[in-house]
Design a protein around this ligand. Sequence first.
Ligand code: PLP
Length: 401
Amino acid sequence: MNIRSFFPLLSQTIDGKPLVYLDNAATSQKPQVVIDTVNELHTSLNGNIHRGVHRMAEQCTARYEAARESVRGYINAAKAHEVIFTAGTTAGINLVAFAFGERYVKAGDEILVTEMEHHSNIVPWQLLCERKGATLKVLPFAHSGELRMDMLPALISKKTKLIAVAHVSNVLGVVNPVDEISRAAHALGVPVLVDGAQGVPHGPVDVQQMDCDFYAFSGHKIYGPTGIGALYAKEKYLNEMPPYQGGGDMIKSVTFAKTTYADLPYKFEAGTANYIGAIGLGAAIEFFKSLNVNDIQLHEEKLLRCATDRLQSIGGLTIYGNTPRKSGIVSFAFKNIHHLDLAQVLDKQGIAVRSGTLCAEPVMQRYGLTGMVRASFACYNTLDEVHALAEGLERAKSILS
Ligand code: PLP
């Protein structure tokens, strides 16, 4: 099976050179079936969900709920109503920071994050702490990129209200021991939110096995459309937390004296949902599941190993994140070459990578860097592309140094 043939964008050239797309951690490309699904809805089947009784409204509603079921199955949530459609990971984390914060967090409490979080899993908690007079605590990581699990017990206290941690670091690529963190946190009655933005694209996730209380991810990183994602939350929290936003579809009844809220999951889906995005996300998940996901995981591991071997033999290049459990990401820096210059010279060779602080300034500060270059892999990347990256870097180094 030629996976690349499902992705029309990949066959293009950049300045006459074949596109080598290695910026998948920022966003992935879309298979034809997702493009067709979104087109079909816009051209022949568009009716606002949960409102109309006409045929198109009913069909869109059914397909929206089928997409929720696809997400539920993919992350192995126990119940479909524990899956809330959001605009993406950032939106999901902000929902929890607001609604959980309103219900459970007060002055003097603490929220624990890790030093390797994306800004999306730092700033919403800082805003919450500012609002409530709570304190943000930070679990550090070792030079290798491994979380300092030995420091966790001392950082969880009676004041800790929630722990927020990335499933996979978007810079270091390390897979964090989220099940171990859940066990330690739950032993003290503390819930755990997992930022799954970089976890979900590389294979099915099991939120029940992880036993996390919240899990947020974005559709566009798993071959789906932009502007859609999902938040998993345990029913207990969804029942106890107040709504995040008010509006249509999240209510049971409205009077000027009192409003009552809709049942789950609609209590947290105010306004017209991005139902076309959600149905597109459902198509993306079904597409991904139709590939042999075990084979894809082995393939991506091979790409990562090959990239690590090739890149660490380039003089002056340092790879950040050297742990046994890594997934799909290799980030690096040269001692005397600026990351932006490198990325621009690679772009001229048709190679798309990410450069900069990677939305994780504390990680850059940890290593004393202003930025890194990141290559990240998806199911459609090839070993030839990894070799093209290594050769492109050698060329860039000789031009820039
Ligand atoms: N968390 C991590 C680990 C990420 O890598 C990203 C995006 O790169 C996000 C959160 C934010 O995702 P989005 O911008 O889709 O909301």
